[in-house]
Ligand binder design. Structure first.
Ligand SMILES: N[C@@H](CCC(=O)N[C@@H](CS)C(=O)NCC(=O)O)C(=O)O
Length: 122
């Protein structure tokens, strides 16, 4: 069965979970990262040398980097639905995924950590 490594509170894990649930493919999620730790174990580093989540294992294939994982799952299990056969239409999804990761997120994360993850006293 497909195995997804990463705590449920991670937005990068959540985007993979969302994709898997939309497709309806069976998977097992393993809590690692955050308070669960384990990202610095030799076994996990073998899977993902970045020591980050998510990481996906599927039938001999290991994929890390959340957008790559989403694309892999869509291509493998949802061809013609989430994985559009038309490259032009697929590029529309790709551009927003990559925009979020590379353009929006760096600015958004500064605000998020300052406002949501920092105590009011600080
Ligand atoms: N660009 C990477 C970012 C991965 C990332 O930074 N993941 C965070 C969680 S959102 C992480 O691993 N944090 C360490 C931890 O949870 O312990 C991706 O999209 O997969």
């Amino acid at each position: 069965m497909l195995k997804l490594w990463g705590r449920a509170t991670s937005m990068n894990v959540q985007k993979v979970v969302w994709t898997l649930e939309e497709i309806g493919v069976a998977y097992e999620r393993v809590d690692v990262g955050g308070r669960h730790g384990a990202l610095d174990t030799p076994a996990y580093i073998t899977l993902n040398p970045n020591q980050r989540i998510p990481t996906l294992q599927d039938d001999g294939v290991t994929v890390w980097e959340s957008n790559a994982v989403v694309r892999y799952v869509a291509a493998r299990y949802s061809e013609g639905v989430l994985w559009d056969r038309d490259p032009g239409r697929r590029a529309q999804a790709d551009q927003w995924m990559d925009w979020m990761q590379t353009t929006l997120f760096p600015d958004f994360s500064a605000v998020f950590f300052a406002v949501v993850r920092t105590s009011p006293q600080k």
